[in-house]
Design a protein around this ligand. Sequence first.
Ligand code: NAD
Length: 357
Amino acid sequence: MNATIAVLAGDGVGQEIVPVAVKILKAIGEIYHHSFEFVSADIGGQAIDKVGIPLPQETLSLAQQSDAVLLGAVGGPKWEGLEYARRPERALLGIREALGLYANLRPAKVYPSLADASTLKREVIEGIDILVVRELTGGIYFGKPKGIERLPDGSERGVNTEVYTTGEVRRIAKVAFEAARRRRKKVTSVDKANVLESSELWRKVVTEVHQEYPDVELSHLYVDNAAMQLVRNPKQFDVLLCNNMFGDILSDEAAMLTGSIGMLPSASLGARVGLFEPIHGSAPDIAGQNIANPIATIASAAMMLAYAFHLDQEAETIERAIVKTLERGYRTKDIAGPGTKIVGTREMGEAILHHLQ
Ligand code: NAD
């Protein structure tokens, strides 16, 4: 296949980890005879330094015209003094909005050789492979009315509105069922249908959409129970389907099961172009030292192959290479343990590249 990939490395460790992931994608292109074209552009603090704004029109147009976007991270102490609207992080909101990214996919997977990095017992988390599918553009973070108003007695009243339409629930439910089809075919939909009407609608629509996916198993769980089950017995989950707020919270909880932030990829999907990025930030404390863990970004590139291009076999090749590299004892500093080989960002990339073959 032919594809154009927008490469937005951004700030801090983004400049180190993104080139490593691009190298891996190039190698996959060669092995499987795909033609990937990589076009780089500035975003975040890097763009502010060059043109004064975090998301130049040129970058946005490139993202919109590409087949997928690979993003590193934005932000850093250098730009912290700027007013909020001019900060590097605004670029993230801008690009997500422009691409209409309504679905956020965050896998939480425990690699067997890293099971001891988690704060939970090995037997609880060994083998977990969960995908949190979070609705990203609706719900209580965007619903109206919202705001803080002053009451006649001088006190204040803060309001947010949890609101979902049939269409919004349908499209995110479809993402979850489609994702489950390429995994273990189980969706757990999370809601609070015992007290919230919006959740009642959520549950009804998810159940209706399920009719189109008879090969996928569906169950429903109240969010409080889901939070509990995630630490009690996380292995029961395959795909967790959540609204915006529940997904925000549960995806962080699921991420922490695995131990290290440098290992966690994400995908945000919209009508056409998807965006793939590690969940961590620009890590200014370790930037420029060749010690950042590139695995989250490499795994994000694997998600791009699977979710943007439907190249499941190619994505699995990357996943297997990561597993093999970890089994051979290669570790960046953040995941190092006794008896392992500490390597730098580029060396970790080279080791994974080697294990692709
Ligand atoms: P962070 O994720 O950058 O770092 C948190 C901690 O995790 C740090 O100790 C860092 O060294 C470590 N870490 C992160 N990625 C790592 C990796 N690949 N390998 C090894 N260790 C890693 O979060 P922060 O420090 O709160 O934020 C730093 C900057 O990044 C801020 O400007 C923030 O706004 C921005 N940020 C950007 C994004 C994004 O671009 N999507 C996300 C979060 C934060």
